[in-house]
Design a protein around this ligand. Structure first.
Ligand code: BTN
Length: 254
């Protein structure tokens, strides 16, 4: 057994060989009263899920982890948490990257390496929200370390395929949580501005032409900015601007 660095203070690790979904497992534990800071790490998932209820392929070798947070802030502000998490994950991956493969962020919180999706974050909360406050939020994180799925609507890759230095799921989780603590602190004390600035500095496609697939329509235009609420500000090809809270970004070939 390789010695792993302990997780930062305040986190408790629950490791599993196999689970349906770490988000689902931590939801069950949250409903049973688990405390903020609980982390579930699984070697594989049988029903891993991504955004919009998509499947998240979860064979052994990749990182599948979920963190339970009980935040004081209103639910609206917790949308910003997805940027905090994406940023922390990008920073945890960076030291393993070869020099020609920067770790970039795709709105709202995918990790791209050489334009291909390598990791994603799925935030979930409870249906029972009191006064706009969520009793708990789950931050689910998947990183393609050794393998990536073939049949995705976007290009996908893995750390190994992109020549990253070897890293175990457990070691990567530790580095991610260290970065997360730093960015959560920055967010709590300084608000969203610094998180937004750092996120934008790593973003892929900001300022560029994009296509945006929403529930019932597809838009195209220029990705102008990220707003205070984390929405994507799109300057439409047809004129005018729209703030988009949720959707899939596609980049034209360049
Ligand atoms: C996305 O669609 O980009 C989000 C993917 C999130 C996948 C992770 S893997 C660990 C956690 N458990 C799940 O079932 N999903 C998240």
């Amino acid at each position: 057994m390789i010695d792993e660095a302990p997780l930062p203070d305040g986190f408790v690790l629950h490791e599993l060989d196999r689970v349906d979904s770490t988000n689902e497992e931590i939801r069950r534990l949250a409903e049973a009263g688990a405390s903020s800071g609980l982390v579930v790490l699984a070697a594989q998932q049988t029903r891993g899920r991504g955004r919009y209820g998509r499947d998240w392929a979860s064979p052994p070798g990749n990182l599948y982890a979920s963190l339970l947070l009980r935040l004081d802030g209103p639910l609206a502000t917790s949308a910003q948490l997805s940027f905090v998490a994406g940023l922390a994950l990008a920073e945890a991956l960076e030291p393993h990257a070869p020099p020609d493969a920067p770790v970039q962020l795709k709105w709202p919180n995918d990790i791209l390496i050489r334009r291909a999706k390598t990791a994603g974050v799925l935030l979930e909360s409870t249906g029972q929200i009191n006064g706009g406050r969520a009793p708990w939020i789950i931050v689910g994180t998947g990183v393609n370390i050794v393998s990536s799925p073939d049949n995705t609507p976007y290009p996908a890759t893995s750390l190994v395929a992109e020549g990253f230095a070897a890293v175990t799921p457990r070691a990567l989780l530790g580095d991610y949580l260290v970065a997360l603590v730093r960015w959560l602190d920055c967010w709590r004390t300084g608000g969203f501005a610094e998180v937004r600035r750092a996120w934008c500095a790593r973003s892929f496609g900001l300022g560029d032409q994009i296509r945006l697939r929403l529930d019932r329509e597809e838009l195209s235009g220029r990705f102008v900015d990220v707003t205070e609420s984390g929405a994507l500000l799109l300057e439409l090809d047809t004129g005018g601007r729209r703030e988009i809270a949720a959707g899939d970004v596609f980049y034209p070939d360049r």
